[in-house]
Design a protein around this ligand. Structure first.
Ligand code: UD1
Length: 424
C-alpha cells in the first residue's frame, strides 16, 4: 500500500491549478444516465471515485471514453442494459447510490445496493427514498438492496426535507427532471455543486428554477438531450490548498476557482490573520510565517456556512495557532477521526461529542500517522508540511479518492512531499 512522506518546514510559493469538483462530477456522471444521446463532460477530475463511478456506469450499459490526462469524458447510453447496481460497486463509494434516481426516472425501476462511503457516521439514505416515494415510487429494502419501482412513471411531488441534505436534494432533482408534472423541493441544500448539477440539467433541456436557494421547482420534461458541459472548480480542493499555504507561510495563487463559493473559509482565514486576495477566477493566499496564526472558532453548517469538508483541514491549521479554537461539527456525528492522528504529531486536541478544543502549540513534530477518511487524511498532509522532520502517512488511498495530483501540486510550490509506492 502506498504511503506519503513529507519533510516539513518549507514555505509554499507559486501557482496551483484547481481541478474540477469531485462532488459535482460524480453527480454529473449519474446525470449522463438521463439521456440516450452522447454527452461530453469536461474538467472531469481523474480520481479513484470518478473512475469507480465509470465502472458502475459501464455495468449499466454506458459506453465511456475518457483518455487519461484529457479531463474530457464522453458518455453514451442509448439503452439501459441493466437497472441493477450491485453491492460490490456501491459499497465502496456512497455517490454511486445516485444512479437510483436516474434509472428510476428513465426505466421505471431500479435495484441499487445500500451505499457505503466514508466512515464519518451513519449516513442513511432515508431522505432520498422519501423523496422518491413522494414521487410515486414503491420502495422495498431487501437483503441490503433498495428495490424501487414506478412502473407508470414518476409523478411530480411536493417534498419538504426535514433537514438539509446535499445528497437527497441532488438525487431528488436527478429524478424529478423526467417526472410527470411539477416537483417542489423545500428546505433544499444550497451548495454550489447543486447549482452546477442544475445548470447541466437545464442545458440538457430540464426546467429547473431556484437551484442555490432553499426552494427548487422542477417542471418535468419527457426527454433530455446530450450536451457538452464543464464541471465547476473544486472549492474543497481550493480550500485545502489555502489551508496548506496558511500553515506553511508563503504566497500561492490558486487558479481556476470561483472565490464566491469559498466565502466562509476565506473569512475564517482572514480572521486568522492570513492574507487573502480574490479576483474573478483566482485566490491569492499569503502569509508571513514569522507572524503567528490567530485562533478562530469553527461551526460547520450547510452552505453558505463553513463546510464540514474543510473542518479537518482548518483544524490542521489551528493546531499551530496562537491560542485556543473550538470546533463544532454539526453535519456528521463522527468527523473528528483526524484528531487522534494530529495528536501523534504533537497537536493538543480534546474531543467531546461534536466539539473539539484545539490548543495551539508552537511546533508539531513529524511522526507516522494513518489516514482515516478523505478530508481527515489531507489534514495530516497540512500538519506534516509544518511539522519538524518527517511525517509518513499510511492508507493514502483515502487521499486518492478526492485529490488529483496532490503531491505534484504541492511539490511544484516547494513542498518536500513524495509518494512511496507499495510501502509496507
Ligand atoms: C455530501 C458530500 C460530502 C459532504 C456533505 C455535506 C458528495 C459526494 N458528498 O455528502 O462530501 O461532506 O455533502 O456537505 O457530494 N442524512 C440523513 N438521511 C439522508 C441523507 C443524509 O440522515 O437520507 C444525514 C447525513 O447522515 C448527515 C446529514 O444528513 O448527517 C447531511 O448529509 P448530506 O448533506 O446528505 O451529505 P452527503 O450528500 O452524503
Amino acid at each position: 500500500m502506498d504511503k506519503i512522506a513529507i519533510t516539513g518546514g518549507n514555505e509554499l510559493n507559486g501557482n496551483i491549478h484547481i481541478s474540477g469538483a469531485k462532488n459535482s462530477a460524480l453527480k454529473l456522471q449519474a446525470a449522463a444516465l438521463l439521456t440516450s444521446e452522447p454527452m461530453v463532460i469536461t474538467n472531469m477530475p481523474e480520481l479513484a471515485d470518478t473512475r469507480f463511478m465509470v465502472q458502475l456506469l459501464e455495468q449499466l450499459g454506458m459506453t465511456v471514453y475518457w483518455p487519461k490526462g484529457s479531463g474530457r469524458m464522453q458518455t453514451h447510453i442509448p439503452e439501459i442494459r441493466s437497472t441493477i447496481a450491485p453491492y460490490d460497486l456501491v459499497r465502496k463509494m456512497r455517490a454511486t447510490f445516485n444512479v437510483l434516481g436516474p434509472l428510476l426516472a428513465r426505466e421505471g425501476h431500479a435495484t441499487v445496493s445500500l451505499p457505503g462511503g466514508c466512515a464519518i457516521g451513519a449516513r442513511p439514505v432515508d431522505l432520498h427514498l422519501k423523496a422518491f416515494e413522494a414521487m410515486g415510487a414503491d420502495i422495498v429494502i431487501e437483503g441490503g438492496y433498495v428495490k424501487a419501482a414506478a412502473l407508470r412513471g414518476l409523478k411530480g411531488a411536493h417534498v419538504v426535507f426535514p433537514f438539509v441534505s446535499v445528497g437527497a436534494t441532488e438525487h431528488a432533482m436527478l429524478a424529478a427532471v423526467l417526472a410527470d408534472g411539477e416537483t417542489v423541493l423545500e428546505n433544499a441544500a444550497r451548495e454550489p455543486e447543486i447549482v452546477d448539477i442544475a445548470n447541466c440539467l437545464i442545458a440538457m433541456g430540464a426546467r429547473i428554477e431556484g437551484a442555490g436557494t432553499s426552494t427548487i421547482t422542477i417542471q418535468g420534461v419527457t426527454s433530455l438531450k446530450g450536451i457538452n458541459y464543464k464541471v465547476i472548480p473544486d472549492r474543497i480542493e481550493a480550500g485545502t490548498f489555502a489551508c496548506c499555504v496558511a500553515a506553511t507561510g508563503g504566497e500561492v495563487v490558486l487558479t481556476d476557482v470561483v472565490p464566491s463559493t469559498l466565502g466562509a473559509l476565506l473569512n475564517a482565514l482572514r480572521q486568522a490573520g492570513v492574507g487573502v486576495e480574490t479576483g474573478e477566477d483566482y485566490i491569492k493566499i499569503k502569509r508571513d510565517k514569522n507572524v503567528p496564526i490567530k485562533a478562530v472558532d469553527i461551526d460547520t453548517q450547510p452552505h453558505p456556512g463553513f463546510p464540514t469538508d474543510l473542518q479537518a483541514q482548518f483544524m490542521g491549521l489551528m493546531t499551530i495557532a496562537d491560542g485556543t479554537s473550538i470546533f463544532r461539527e454539526n453535519i456528521f456525528e463522527n468527523r473528528f477521526m483526524h484528531a487522534p492522528e494530529l495528536r501523534r504529531l504533537g497537536a493538543d486536541i480534546t474531543v467531546r461529542g461534536n466539539e473539539a478544543v484545539v490548543r495551539g502549540v508552537k511546533q508539531l513534530k513529524g511522526a507516522q500517522v494513518m489516514a482515516t477518511d478523505l478530508r481527515a487524511s489531507v489534514s495530516l498532509v497540512i500538519a506534516g508540511l509544518v511539522a519538524e522532520g518527517e511525517t509518513l502517512i499510511g492508507r493514502v488511498y483515502h487521499l486518492d479518492r478526492g485529490f488529483e495530483n496532490l503531491e505534484e501540486k504541492l511539490s511544484n510550490c516547494g513542498a518536500k512531499i513524495a509518494r512511496i509506492s507499495g510501502a509496507e
